[in-house]
Design a protein around this ligand. Sequence first.
Ligand SMILES: NC(=O)c1ccc[n+]([C@@H]2O[C@H](COP(=O)([O-])OP(=O)(O)OC[C@H]3O[C@@H](n4cnc5c(N)ncnc54)[C@H](OP(=O)(O)O)[C@@H]3O)[C@@H](O)[C@H]2O)c1
Length: 281
Amino acid sequence: MKTVTIDHQVLPAIGIGTWHMGDDSTVESQEIKAIRTGLNAGAKVIDTAEMYGSGAAETLVGKAIQGYNRDHLYLISKVLPNNIAKTIEAHLDASLQRLGADYVDLYLYHWRGGAPLIDTITELERMRIKGKTKAWGVSNFDIDDMSELWNLPIGSKVAANEDLYNLGSRGIEYSLLGWQNRHGVPMIAYSPVGNADSLGANMTRNANVLKVAARHEATPYQIILAWAIHQPQVLAIPKTAQPDHMTDNVAAMNIDLNKEDLALLNAAFPAPTQKQPLDIL
Ligand SMILES: NC(=O)c1ccc[n+]([C@@H]2O[C@H](COP(=O)([O-])OP(=O)(O)OC[C@H]3O[C@@H](n4cnc5c(N)ncnc54)[C@H](OP(=O)(O)O)[C@@H]3O)[C@@H](O)[C@H]2O)c1
């Protein structure tokens, strides 16, 4: 099983995304079942945000984790950019209330907004010291943002960066992923299956992906996920509201892609040869 270490916690390398979950009450029980299927299969990380359904996803997660040992969960939530960093605590308190939790494990700055970065991270660090989050990090940061962050006082306390990353969207490999590895900052890969392959790469129908899938008696989605986490310190957070998809997704962390598999996948979806703008969803 692949693992990733964030803030000294060793975590299974596939977690659970929750964007668009909690939006429709008629499928709530199925969504809760999907999340629990993931946790029961060995996932630990749940990624959510105050933005998702304006709190509805956090509320759903709060329901899904009832009865689970908090120590066995790793909850990530995110604060929307705000021009006034001082409001972060009120936003975090509201997230905690929806989650029914005393703390989150990782609190991310969802994307860079107008507030001076130093003010934002000072407030995030204050939340860490208060115990409302165990660690803080960022999301949708490219290499320039990470370098700027790193050079700020306490900037190197950043526990992770969460960016769009999948086989069909490899731009971060040009420089950012290496930078993060050298600086010990894990990457959380969002949209790891390309948002159900809706982003245009056609990964799930690609002949080489299908060939590798056949070799491993796996689905194309599983191969795409196994690829997303094959490099060290990359955690993937696929979203699914389908319990059977969840079972497949979590099982993908046990698929070891060999050199031949990787060569086939590389041939179909080559690594970037120049800097590309950061993909954002
Ligand atoms: N930090 C950020 O700015 C940011 C931005 C976007 C996303 N995120 C996080 O990353 C998570 C994942 O990204 P995402 O939701 O954009 O896209 P994703 O996980 O790449 O794709 C989700 C889609 O793939 C389908 N799917 C998942 N597993 C499948 C499987 N095994 N077989 C068939 N279909 C499958 C899901 O449909 P079904 O539900 O029908 O299975 C859903 O439509 C989000 O939920 C969110 O937590 C963060």
